[in-house]
Design a protein around this ligand. Structure first.
Ligand code: SF4
Length: 225
């Protein structure tokens, strides 16, 4: 992605809405047969932070919104601790339809669905992408390394930053250590946002190793993942 993306906030919101409308009737993979609602994503089209989870669960499938229920409440709490509200960020998933019985999404389903996520990221063009859990972290970082090893640092990602962390469901199931690790990762998000803001005020936006590559490229054409 590039900081030179020419999507105005209004255009972003309009294009996201058009993409959501397309997804609403999508039958590109077999998850279409069992879903109640396509959970496209929700939040600010002009957000500095995009959060990417795995896929909708039962409540999300029924309500058409990402991260409702206990995982959503924990996510809201962690965001609040770094002075962000849900409305300040954009939340999406790797697959937009619920895998039956909450099974893992299959590779063919992820492949079929990823153009939607790719387009969401290109349109919103955030400062930080936060991946929750193994599926989104491995997909966006194109790695087989698990989240336990990946987390704990920010990665340069197409001229932006990617912060992988545990899925809130893992913190709800797991020990206090998982939650503590998530808090550290969310603190890292806050630090990146603050650094970006103060660099903007000084007129020196941070440069990452990928910038040279992305400056020359049309962000719509980038092979993000
Ligand atoms: S999961 Fe994605 S690709 Fe599959 S039917 Fe739903 S929107 Fe389409």
């Amino acid at each position: 992605m590039s900081s030179d993306t020419d999507h105005s906030p209004h255009t972003r919101a309009t294009e996201l809405a058009a993409l959501a409308e397309r997804a609403a009737s999508c039958t590109q993979c077999e998850l279409a047969a069992t879903r109640t609602t396509v959970v496209f994503g929700a939040g600010d089209a002009d957000a500095s932070v995009v959060i990417v989870g795995e896929g909708p669960g039962k409540n999300e499938d029924e309500q058409g919104l990402p991260f409702v229920g206990r995982s959503g409440a924990l996510l809201d709490r962690l965001l609040g601790e770094i002075r962000l509200a849900r409305d300040d960020v954009y939340i999406a998933n790797v697959v937009k339809c619920r895998p039956p019985s909450n099974r893992d999404p299959r590779p063919a389903e992820i492949d079929a669905c990823k153009p939607y996520l790719r387009q969401q990221l290109v349109l919103i063009d955030p400062v930080v992408v936060v991946t929750l859990g193994n599926f989104s972290s491995k997909l966006l970082l194109t790695t087989d390394i698990g989240i336990t090893k990946l987390r704990g640092q920010a990665y340069p990602w197409w001229g932006r930053h990617l912060v992988p962390t545990f899925h809130p469901a893992a913190a709800l199931r797991g020990s206090a250590r998982v939650l503590e690790a998530m808090r550290e990762d969310f603190t890292c998000i806050r630090r990146i946002l603050d650094d970006t803001e103060s660099n903007k005020m000084r007129g020196t936006e941070p440069r990452s190793s990928n910038d040279r590559e992305t400056e020359q490229a049309d962000p719509e054409q980038l092979d993000l993942f």
